[in-house]
Each structure stands twice: as C-alpha cells, then as structure tokens.
Write a protein that binds this ligand. Structure first.
Ligand code: NAP
Length: 306
C-alpha cells in the first residue's frame, strides 16, 4: 500500500478525508510516518526539514501554482518530480480577481472612492473597454484564461510569454518582444512565476513604456516588481494605481510604503486561493496517472524554475 502524506498546515484532516475518498487503497496520513516510506507528499509551504526527512518519495504534489520556495529549499531530491497546482478553482479565482481589479480601475471606481471620502460629486469621462490596451505577462495556466476573459470583455489584450504561446483573441508576444508587448499599454497584469529570469522585470524602464496613468496589477510574485520604481512611477503619475497581491516579503512589513500610499491597493496574497474541493481531485488524478505509468501533467521544469 502506498502512503500519501499531507504536510499541509491548514486543516490537513479535512483534506485527508477527501483524499481517502479519492484514493481508496492508499494510506493517507497527516503526520510523517517515522521510518516508513512516503510515496506522495502534499505540500504548501512546508516547515524546513519536512521533505528532507522523508524516504521513498515518488511525487511531490504542490498545493500552490508557484513552487519557487520548494526549489530554493533544496529538499526535493533531483529525480523526484514536483507537480504544480493547476486546477479549475485556482483559475476561476484568478480570473475573477483580475477582472474585479481591472474593471474597478477602468470604470474609475478607485477615483470615485476617493471622491466619496471628500464628499465630491464629479463625473469623469468613461472609456469603453475596446479603447484600452491590456498586457498580460505570462500566458500559462492562469495568464491564458485571464487574457481570454479580458478579451471577451472587449479589451485589446496582449500576452507575453517565454515561448510566445498563442492565446485566442489576444496579440501574442514572445521572449524578446517584451518592450513591444508593453508599449503604450493602459494596464499591465503580472502573472509570471518567480524565477531568476523574471526577478525585477517590472522596473522603471518597463513602467516608462506604458501609457501615462496606467494601472499595474501584480498577482504573480513580489520579486517581479522593483518596489521603489513602482512608488516613483505612482508619484510621477506614470502609474495611476497599483493593485498588489504579492510582495517580496509576506506578510508585507508594517513599515512598507505600499501600505500608506493613496494609490496602492494591498491585498494579502488572496487572488487565487487553493480550494481543497477542486485541488484534491486534481492531485488524486496525478497519483492515478503516475501509478498507471502515464505522464503526469504540470511537472516543474527545474532548469527553467517553473
Ligand atoms: P504557468 O502555467 O507555468 O505559466 C507561466 C507563464 O509565464 C508561461 O506562459 C510562461 O511562458 C511564462 N514565463 C515564465 N518565465 C518567463 C520568462 N522568463 N519570460 C517570459 N515569460 C515567462 O504558471 P501559472 O499557473 O499560470 O501561474 C503563474 C504564477 O502565478 C505562479 O507561478 C505564481 O507565482 C502566481 N500565482 C499567484 C497566486 C495568487 O494568489 N496571487 C495564485 C496562484 C499563482 P511559456 O508559456 O512559454 O512557458
């Protein structure tokens, strides 16, 4: 009998019950079983030493789409595949969250909120979605559906990815074409993974290429953004607002200037939470495929870091 160890820190017992229903015939445990091998480990952000103490690992099933912390820990042996979380609940969450932020900004709700605080009744010219260009950085499991949804709302959407992956209804740009992908864009949505190649990618030079008064939305990872450059662009009016869900240090430190900036909206890494209701089915499917000797989807390419 193969053992699946849920090393998740939040409500592992509830998840264990779901796994037992999905994978009868497996030993599903929520505590490391001592000397016995663990074939599958389900992890979010495991405490240091959790993974390195296990033997017999065949798959690491990540509860998160971003896995940079697992690679950085060095605790997953080279030959053991890490499977990223790609599931319908995560996609739906991200699509909703980005739509909410972009539409709120597009229809001037941030401006009207400030006017309400001042008791000011003043109407602004409203643009149509078709008059706005939105660039989505990252065209993967999350960036692709987000871009498709924004195009369906009528925005002129561009996507940028390493391979120039095609996304229906959008203008697609590849690795070398970042400058063209963001040129004159009214909104920039970051959905890139955290890798060496994406660190500090949203800097002063890139922000200067956007249309004046653009919106920045970061739902990828905090390390993509040069915080000081975003603050400078906001103060100069090059950005009219920044909606930030992810940060270099989380929780965002109490003294970070993002907290108090009037044109920054901080949310506490909630854009696309993992829902066990959908995620367990996806992870169980990976286990079944592995046991049938079939390829398991969404295995991390360690050479690329995502
Ligand atoms: P994914 O399916 O791996 O897609 C990543 C996309 O980024 C791909 O299109 C990839 O290009 C592109 N990319 C990677 N490195 C690049 C580079 N150097 N230059 C240009 N493009 C590059 O990942 P995902 O599932 O969409 O998730 C994306 C990220 O969202 C995660 O890594 C995580 O950090 C973040 N996330 C945040 C939350 C939240 O709550 N805020 C929740 C879930 C995920 P190719 O298509 O060519 O491979």
């Amino acid at each position: 009998m193969k053992t699946l160890f849920i090393a998740a820190r939040s409500d592992p017992e509830a998840m264990a019950a779901m796994f037992r229903a999905e994978l009868p015939g497996h030993d599903v445990v929520t505590k490391a079983p001592g000397d016995r091998p663990v074939h599958y480990a389900v992890v979010g952000k495991p405490l240091p030493g959790t993974l390195s103490s296990l033997t017999g690992l065949e798959l690491v099933l990540s509860l998160n789409a971003g896995i940079e912390h697992l690679l950085a820990s060095g605790e997953v042996p080279e030959g053991v595949p890490i499977v990223r979380m790609v599931d319908p609940g995560l996609v739906e969450g991200m699509v909703e969250w980005v739509a909410a932020q972009l539409l709120a900004w597009h229809r001037n709700l941030f401006v009207y909120r400030d006017q309400q605080a001042a008791g000011e009744w003043r109407q602004h010219g409203e643009l149509m979605a078709r008059e706005r260009v939105v660039t989505v950085l990252g065209a993967g499991a999350l960036g692709g559906p987000v871009a498709t949804m924004l195009a369906a709302l009528g925005f002129q959407v561009r996507t940028w990815s390493r391979s120039g992956r095609a996304v229906a209804g959008t203008a697609t740009f590849g690795g070398d074409d970042l400058a063209a992908a963001v040129a004159g864009a009214d909104a920039l949505i970051n959905l890139l993974p955290a890798t060496a190649a994406t660190t500090d990618i949203i800097d002063a030079a890139l922000l200067a290429r956007l249309a004046p008064g653009a919106l920045l939305v970061n739902a990828g990872r905090g390390a993509a953004v040069v915080d000081g450059d975003v603050l400078a662009a906001l103060d100069a009016g090059q950005l009219s607002a920044a909606v930030l869900d992810v940060f270099r240090t989380e929780p965002l430190p109490a003294d970070h200037p993002f907290w108090a900036h009037p044109r920054v909206l901080v949310s506490p890494h909630v854009a696309a939470p993992t829902h066990a209701r959908t995620a367990v089915a996806v992870m169980a499917d990976s286990v079944r495929r592995h046991e049938r000797g079939e390829p398991v989807p969404h295995v991390v390419d360690r050479s690329l870091g995502y």
